[in-house]
Design a protein around this ligand. Structure first.
Ligand code: GLU
Length: 267
């Protein structure tokens, strides 16, 4: 894909940023920021939707189990969000890129005025070549903490920013016919047209290891992007260099076609 002057939204899941211990995966974090900086240098206008606040907050205060109550989870998100942004700011700074934090709630799309404010801010940041980093505003958004779903948020961000594509980085290569962790016959699905292909029942059985949304919310994200003409890819974020393969149009990840690209010509 020619990314020059294109807005690309990249959603980064908790499992990409943290070890199973819950602590930050420093090597992964560094590699990811390096590759993203390179895409930005190639002329893309990146917008990141980053999860990880709760896990990073838990790791920071030494909690091994996620708090069972909402205020406890919200407190962890508040602690982790600072740490997360500190890391992004420091690491992107090494490559001479500036970042900005936007904490949104999904209901902004229901209010034209608030939506316009978000769009204005995003447009201005992108004009300044700053990389917006978005998360749900976890202290006010109860639903998201219960359902855990930055996938839908990333689709909304792709639509409201009129993005040329959405990439969801997960801890799995893409969509399979069944769970490849438990079923050796699971086959990889390289292309999906959400209008025609029956993928929902497949997705229900395929979670990701530590992400909260799993495949179901990724299919929901694809269903939002499809009618808006936005292509969506699921790539494995455990090797951030997969983004280079994506850039070089090599077969990597699962491609969810947007409306009007049934023959995958835009891949
Ligand atoms: N907003 C949550 C966090 O930053 C993540 C929700 C999700 O995993 O989708 O921890």
């Amino acid at each position: 894909m020619n990314i020059r002057d294109k807005r690309i939204v990249i959603k980064i899941g908790t499992s990409t940023l943290t070890h199973e211990s819950g602590h930050i995966n420093i090597r992964r974090f560094e590699e990811l920021v390096k590759v993203l900086s390179d895409l930005q240098n190639a002329g893309a206008h990146l917008i990141l939707v980053s999860s990880g606040a709760i896990a990073v907050g838990m790791g920071k205060i030494g909690l091994r189990e996620k708090p069972l109550d909402i205020p406890g989870t919200q407190a962890c998100a508040a602690i982790g969000q600072c740490e997360l942004m500190h890391l992004y700011d420091t690491l992107f700074g090494r490559f001479n890129h500036n970042v900005a934090q936007l904490l949104l709630t999904k209901d902004i799309v229901e209010d034209d005025e608030r939506l316009q404010h978000v769009q204005n801010t995003l447009d201005t940041l992108l004009d300044m070549h700053v990389i917006p980093i978005i998360n749900e505003n976890d202290t006010v958004a109860i639903d998201e903490l219960v359902f855990g779903d930055n996938d839908t948020l990333s689709a909304m961000v792709a639509i409201l920013s009129d993005a040329a594509g959405l990439i969801i980085l997960s801890d799995i290569d893409g969509l399979y016919t069944s769970n490849p962790r438990t079923d050796p016959t699971a086959a990889f699905i390289p292309f999906v047209d959400v209008e025609k292909d029956e993928v929902e029942s497949i997705a229900a059985g395929v979670g990701t290891a530590r992400g909260t949304g799993g495949m179901v919310t990724k299919i929901q994200a694809a269903k939002l992007c499809h009618p808006a003409g936005i292509p969506l890819w699921i790539l494995n974020g455990s090797d951030p260099r997969n983004l280079y393969d994506w850039l070089d149009e090599k077969p990597v990840g699962t491609y969810f076609t947007p409306k009007g690209d049934a023959d995958h010509a835009n891949r």
